[in-house]
Design a protein. Structure first.
Length: 219
């Protein structure tokens, strides 16, 4: 019993960081999307946008750089809490979460990095940026599919283990399915809402969910 009860305390900082990361990341992304101006459709408009909105580009780049740490800790926390679930659900959680931060980080960097030095942005570079701008949306869409798979895995595992009320598990599963539609934007709100709710739940529940899983595994 002592070994079982000591594991949550040793990993407590991972659970806390993961919960905070699940809250901060969607808030930062939604804030960036809703406060950023249109970058324009021509090279001249893009260069002017880059010079007038350097802070927006830096926000996106910071999100891209910190997402692996924040969501990585969140996925690690989920992996610990769901270790009594079936291997398939655990695989969906880990693989989906890992691919999500990979696609998200690359997509946001593709949008942000070329705009961090607006004085060095030439017309040719701006034209290239506009030509490949849609690639960022494709990567974001692939990230949505990935986190959708993660949410589905977590939801099914939570229902299997009885970690949440059934209605909450089914709502979580629905949000996971809707997250698959990130390429048409509606999915962004689905996984953002899920991350916020999951982060708050893990932050407030702290080690209770881990203890429940340990009890289930021992039984």
């Amino acid at each position: 019993m002592e070994a079982a009860s000591s594991r949550p305390s040793r990993a407590g900082w991972i659970h806390t960081l993961g919960a905070i990361g699940a809250i901060l990341l969607p808030l930062a992304i939604l804030f960036s999307f809703f406060t950023s101006d249109d970058s324009g459709d021509t090279a001249a408009e893009l260069i002017a946008y880059a010079k007038d909105n350097q802070s927006d580009a830096w926000v996106l780049q910071v999100i891209a750089l910190t997402a692996p740490l924040l969501i990585g800790a969140f996925v690690a926390s989920l992996r610990v809490r769901l270790r009594a679930a079936s291997a398939a659900y655990q695989a969906l959680t880990v693989i989906g979460g890992t691919l999500f931060v990979a696609f998200l980080g690359v997509g946001l960097t593709l949008w942000a990095a070329p705009l961090l030095s607006p004085d060095e942005l030439t017309n040719a570079g701006a034209d290239a940026y506009l030509a490949f701008d849609d690639v960022g949306w494709v990567l974001l869409g692939m990230g949505g599919v990935s986190i959708g798979a993660m949410i589905i895995g977590v939801s099914l595992a939570a229902l299997e283990l009885g970690l949440v009320p059934k209605w909450a598990g089914w709502v979580s599963l629905l949000l996971g399915v809707v997250s698959l539609a990130t390429i048409v934007a509606v999915g962004i709100f689905a996984w953002a809402a899920w991350l916020l709710a999951a982060g708050l739940f893990l932050l407030l529940a702290r080690d209770r969910a881990v203890t429940a899983v340990e009890a289930s595994a021992v039984a």
